[in-house]
Ligand binder design. Structure first.
Ligand SMILES: [Zn+2]
Length: 202
């Protein structure tokens, strides 16, 4: 329909338009992701256990959204709250990295309640950039956790999902994947990190 045939704009319509413009502006402000920078080893927050979450507030839900945004921005498939310097038992995982919305997983106060089998695959960590090593993990795990409403649920995972959950749950206890390497391998990695630190590359 041509513009000229549109009826005159009534005052209340103007108001509602103004309101909707304000709403759009507000929603843009709200939807602009707040990104939390990922801290690197050996930041002390990474090396201590996170506190359990006891209050399931809108602020928690907001923080979880920000963790997903921060994880995607850092190109990770998992992120634990201690990695953004928040010492809480919260982790987000998406092994499909945006591909499958149903893969988005939030684990609050997670506990591994069953485990089976073995796998030995390469891992990396946003807090240990450029370090990749093979780590021994369970091949299948069952995890009990709470969601952002505080409701308990169980989730099972094999292979990559099992690795991701175990890696992130370790973070909530101050454990990094390099702590699961042989002593020799771990020493080599730490030497490499110290060299990068000296060269200003860390
Ligand atoms: Zn990690």
């Amino acid at each position: 329909m041509p513009m000229a045939t549109k009826p005159d704009v009534q005052p209340d319509t103007q108001d509602s338009r103004r309101t909707s413009r304000a709403a759009i502006r507000d929603s843009i402000i709200r939807s602009a992701p707040k990104l939390h920078p990922v801290i690197k080893y050996p930041h002390p927050t990474l090396l201590k256990p996170g506190e359990p979450v006891t209050e399931f507030t809108p602020e928690l839900a907001q923080f979880v959204d920000e963790m997903f945004d921060s994880m995607y921005a850092a190109e990770g498939i998992g992120l634990a709250a201690p990695q953004v310097d928040v010492s809480r038992q919260i982790t987000v995982i998406d092994i499909s990295y945006h591909e499958r919305p149903e893969d988005k997983l939030v684990l609050i106060n997670p506990v591994v309640i069953d485990r089976r089998g073995k796998q030995f695959e390469e891992e990396g960590c946003l807090s240990l950039p450029e370090i990749r090593e093979k780590v021994h993990r369970d091949a299948w795990v069952k995890v009990r956790a709470q969601n952002i409403q505080g409701e308990f649920f169980e989730v099972e995972g094999t292979d990559l999902l099992a690795r991701a959950m175990l890696h992130e749950i370790d973070h909530l206890h101050g454990i990094l994947f390099i702590d699961r390497l042989s002593r020799l391998k771990r020493d080599l990695v730490l030497r490499r990190i110290r060299k990068m630190q000296r060269n200003g590359e860390w």
